[in-house]
Design a binder for this molecule. Structure first.
Ligand SMILES: NC(=O)c1ccc[n+]([C@@H]2O[C@H](COP(=O)([O-])OP(=O)(O)OC[C@H]3O[C@@H](n4cnc5c(N)ncnc54)[C@H](O)[C@@H]3O)[C@@H](O)[C@H]2O)c1
Length: 349
């Protein structure tokens, strides 16, 4: 790998690419070297704005992966081609950061897992909330035993952007393009955080449904069906007798990116709220009083993109999500989808 700055390529120049670009621009270790998008217009416009010369703007992901100058890629395409692009990255031996969920279903996720087992390639999966200082601090407090035996984890991840029926039939509303709806989009983060904080989910039962069932197709050819969940509510049985719940919705009026996790143990409780992420709310048996706010120490704060660059430079704190984590996440998502239609508990293992 190059001795100077890491030359990073971005595949998928849509919304999440802005975050990828920000991370590259704010790191002393990386530079944006090449970009890729199937949308020629987006590619040209982004290329101009970012100052990427035409010969380093690719419309096929295979070509950016084949560019030997590119040290690593960020894969931020819609869910339907995470599998194909990540599989090719592994086959090209190109280090990658892959957006969540890692695939459309467990079958695809399993292939990625098996391919990597035969040919390891440095990579992370972008379960971005693992990098929040409050989450890392909570994890450490839980691991240290400060909360005693964990009993419950109650989570919410709420957005409100889909309420308007004017919102068109984006890929996020299609099972074929997205795998699931709010579940894979938002719930995947919560399922990962439950594992990151307290442990494995062993079985699930959920209710998910669609509120707006038809939306305008993007090509103007009339209405198309929304065939994924707009919201879901899921109960989980976890290892060590822990019981969890999560409430996930794109129809929570007024909510932009509301994420909250409450962890209750035998000797203490913690509340993480993304909107107040420099603090945790806590109540511990060995301290006087009611709930109080703890400041999150600076040392727990981290950055996903910098963590990826650190990994590429040989520094791994062991807290990055991998394809293995993405596979387990996908398996749980598929179990939840099965329980939506079957109306019963389904094993997530
Ligand atoms: N980690 C997070 O918190 C987080 C947040 C938002 C989005 N995401 C994930 O990022 C991914 C993209 O979401 P988005 O909101 O940026 O979508 P988007 O629709 O805004 O952008 C996707 C871009 O990928 C391009 N694209 C499609 N197929 C391609 C291909 N085969 N090769 C190259 N480019 C291709 C599209 O033309 C588009 O420009 C999703 O998987 C989503 O789940 C993650």
């Amino acid at each position: 790998m190059a001795m100077g700055k890491l030359k990073i390529g971005i595949i998928g120049m849509g919304g999440i690419a802005n975050y990828h670009i920000w991370g590259i621009e704010n790191s002393p270790d990386a530079e944006l070297y090449a970009i890729c998008d199937v949308n020629e217009k987006a590619l040209a416009e982004r290329g101009e704005t970012l100052g990427i010369p035409p010969e380093r703007r690719y419309s096929r992901h295979e070509d950016i992966l084949a560019d030997s100058e590119v040290d690593a890629v960020m894969i931020g395409t819609p869910n339907m081609n995470h599998f194909a692009v990540a599989l090719d990255a592994i086959r090209f031996g190109k280090p990658f950061a892959l957006e969540k969920p890692i695939a459309l279903d467990t079958k695809e996720a399993l292939v990625l897992r098996e391919e990597l087992a035969g040919k390891p390639v440095p990579h992370i999966v972008c379960f971005s909330y693992r990098y929040r200082g409050a989450v890392r601090y909570a994890r450490e407090l839980i691991e240290s035993g400060k909360l005693g035996e964990i009993r419950h984890v109650y989570s919410q991840y709420l957005q409100g952007w889909a309420i308007s029926e004017e919102v068109p039939l984006y890929w996020r509303f299609s099972k074929e393009l997205s795998g699931s709806g709010a579940l894979g989009d938002l719930g995947s983060h919560i399922l990962d955080l439950h594992r990151f904080l307290v442990g494995e989910t062993t079985s699930v039962v959920g209710h998910g449904d669609t509120i707006v069932r038809e939306r305008d197709k993007l090509d103007g050819s009339g209405k198309g069906e929304v065939d994924v969940d707009d919201f879901c509510h899921v109960l989980g049985r976890m290892e060590n007798g822990i019981s969890s719940s999560m409430q996930i919705s794109r129809f929570a009026y007024g909510r932009g990116n509301y994420q909250r996790i409450e962890v209750y143990g035998s000797k203490g409780s913690l509340v993480y709220n993304l909107e107040a992420e420099d603090t945790l709310e806590a109540n511990f048996e060995d301290e006087e009083g009611d709930f109080r706010f703890l400041d999150v120490p600076e040392s727990y704060k981290s950055d996903q993109m910098q963590a990826f660059f650190d990994l590429l430079k040989g520094k791994d704190d062991g807290l990055n999500a991998t394809i293995e984590d993405g596979y387990i996440n996908q398996r749980t998502i598929d179990a939840i989808i099965e329980s939506f239609s079957e109306g019963r508990w389904v094993s997530a293992q």
